[in-house]
Ligand binder design. Structure first.
Ligand code: F6P
Length: 427
C-alpha cells in the first residue's frame, strides 16, 4: 500500500482512449487535459496511455505535460485518438487478477490516483472493474468514465459524444449522393446504397433520414438492425421508389440481420470483446437489387470515413465531447469514484442540455437501441419523434482551420514517461 496522503496532496492522473475512435474523442481529451491543468492543487501530472489501457499495462505512458497549450487546444478540432486507442478486454478481478495487479504496480510506481477512461459500453465495463480495485485490492484510485461512441447506444445519456458528428456526416453525404443519383437516374444509375456503422443499434442509419425533408425525399429506404430484413418487402419498396421518384436511395446499417438472425454483413472476424466484425451489407443489398430487379446501382461503405469526418463535425457534438471531459475531472477531484458524466436533455427546441453524473455500472454493457416509435410503420423510415430527437444533435458547424485547402490537424509529441519498473508485461 502507498503511504496514505492527505487529500490535499496532488496525485497524478491517467487518461486512456478506448474502443473505436471518433471525430471528437480528442475534444474530450482536450477537456480532460485542460481541466487537469486548472486543478493543479488536486492533480499533479496527467499521463495518457499509449494505445489506451495497453499503455498502462505495459508502462508505456505519455506525458501530456510536454504538450503546449496550443497543441491541446488543437486537439479539439483533430479527429481520431491522439494517444492511440485499444480494443482490449479485462475480465473480472478474479479471472484476470495478474492484470489488475500489474495496473496497480504501474499506478503505484507513478503515483496515479485518478483514472479517466474514454470509451463506449464495453469500455465502461472495464472502467467499472478498475473502479473496484480500491475496495477489492486496496489501491486507492478514483475512476471516472468519459462517454464516447458513434453508435449512440449508451443508456441514460441523451446522446453519446461522437454520434452527432457521424450523424451529420451521414445525413450530409446522403443528401449529396441523392442529388447525384437523381441526375443520373433517367438513363443510368437507379439505386444508390450507403452502408453505415452502428453495430446493433440503428442510430446512425436513422440519422441519414435527416437528409430528406419529407417522406418522398431520399433516403427512400433505411434498413435498421432493429427491424428484421424482409427481402420481398424491400424489393417492392425499391421498385415503387424507382417507378414513382425515378430512383431509390437506400441506407443500410451494418447491423442488419435476416430472419435467421444472421448479419447481412458478417465479415467473418471477431474483436477482443467477441463482437462480429461487420462490413459488407451494402454490396449484399446491391446484389439483392440486381438479382431481384436488375437495376443499375452504385454502393458505398462509409466505414472509417464517417467516424473520422471532423471537417463536417457537429458543433453541438464538439461542445458536448469537451464538456464531458471537463466534467469527468471535476467529479474526480470531488472523489466521485465509478461515475461518468452524462448528457441530460432539458428541451429540444431550443436544444438545451446539461451534464450530470451517473453510475458507470448502469452504463457498462447495456446497448440502447432505436425505439420502435422512432421508425415508421413500414419499417423503412424515421418518424417525426425521431427527427425531433436527432435534429439538435447535428446542429451547428465547427470547422477546423484549413491550410492549402486541407484541414490542419495537430500531431502531438506523445513524449514517453521514463519507466520505473524493471518488469515487462506481455498483453
Ligand atoms: O463501436 C464503434 C464502431 O465504430 C462500430 O460502429 C463499428 O462496428 C466498430 O466500431 C468497428 O470497430 P473496429 O474499428 O475495431 O473494426
Amino acid at each position: 500500500m502507498p503511504k496514505s496522503k492527505s487529500p490535499k496532496t496532488p496525485r497524478n492522473a491517467f487518461y486512456a482512449q478506448s474502443g473505436g475512435v471518433t471525430a471528437v474523442i480528442n475534444a474530450s481529451a482536450a477537456g480532460v487535459i485542460e481541466a487537469c491543468r486548472k486543478h493543479k492543487k488536486h492533480i499533479g501530472k496527467l499521463y495518457a496511455g499509449r494505445h489506451g489501457i495497453v499503455g498502462a499495462l505495459t508502462e508505456d505512458l505519455i506525458d501530456t505535460g510536454k504538450e503546449s497549450s496550443e497543441a491541446i487546444k488543437a486537439l479539439r478540432h483533430t479527429p481520431s485518438g491522439a494517444f492511440g486507442s485499444a480494443r482490449y478486454k479485462l475480465k473480472g478481478i478474479d479471472q484476470d487478477r495478474a492484470k489488475y495487479e500489474r495496473l496497480i504496480e504501474v499506478f503505484k510506481a507513478h503515483d496515479i490516483g485518478y483514472f479517466f477512461y474514454n470509451g463506449g459500453n464495453d469500455s465502461m465495463d472495464t472502467a467499472h472493474k478498475v473502479s473496484k480495485i480500491g475496495a477489492e485490492l486496496g489501491y486507492p484510485v478514483v475512476c471516472v468514465g468519459v462517454p464516447k461512441t458513434v453508435d449512440n447506444d449508451l443508456p441514460i445519456t441523451d446522446c453519446c459524444p461522437g454520434f452527432g458528428s457521424v450523424a451529420k456526416y451521414v445525413a450530409v453525404s446522403t443528401r449529396e449522393a441523392a442529388l447525384d443519383v437523381a441526375s443520373m437516374a433517367r438513363t443510368s444509375t437507379k439505386v444508390f446504397i450507403l452502408e453505415v456503422m452502428g453495430r446493433h443499434a440503428g442510430w446512425i442509419a436513422a440519422a441519414a433520414g435527416l437528409a430528406g425533408k419529407g417522406p418522398k425525399d431520399a433516403p427512400h429506404i433505411i434498413l435498421f438492425p432493429e427491424i428484421t430484413f424482409d427481402r420481398e418487402k424491400f424489393l417492392a419498396k425499391v421498385k415503387n421508389s424507382v417507378e414513382t421518384a425515378g430512383y431509390c436511395v437506400v441506407v443500410v446499417s451494418e447491423g442488419v440481420k435476416d430472419a435467421n438472425g444472421k448479419f447481412l454483413a458478417d465479415a467473418g472476424t471477431q474483436d477482443a470483446f467477441g463482437h462480429t466484425q461487420l462490413g459488407g451489407a451494402a454490396p449484399e443489398i446491391a446484389r439483392i437489387v440486381k438479382e431481384g430487379l436488375g437495376y443499375k446501382y452504385h454502393w458505398a461503405v462509409a466505414d472509417y470515413l464517417q467516424r473520422a469526418a471532423r471537417h463536417i463535425a457537429s458543433k453541438t457534438d464538439v461542445e458536448q465531447a469537451y464538456a464531458v471531459g471537463k466534467a469527468a475531472v471535476e467529479y474526480a477531484i470531488k472523489g466521485q469514484n465509478a461515475v461518468l458524466p452524462v448528457i441530460v436533455r432539458k428541451s429540444s427546441k431550443p436544444y438545451r442540455w446539461e451534464i450530470r453524473s451517473a453510475p458507470i455500472e448502469a452504463v457498462a454493457n447495456v446497448e440502447k437501441k432505436v425505439p420502435r416509435h422512432y421508425v415508421t410503420a413500414d419499417g423503412f423510415g424515421i418518424t417525426a419523434a425521431c427527427r425531433r430527437y436527432l435534429e439538435p444533435l447535428i446542429a451547428g458547424e465547427d470547422y477546423p482551420p484549413f491550410k492549402n485547402g486541407l484541414p490542419e490537424y495537430v500531431k502531438l509529441k506523445n513524449a514517453p514517461v521514463r519507466r520505473k519498473l524493471k518488469t515487462n508485461f506481455k498483453v
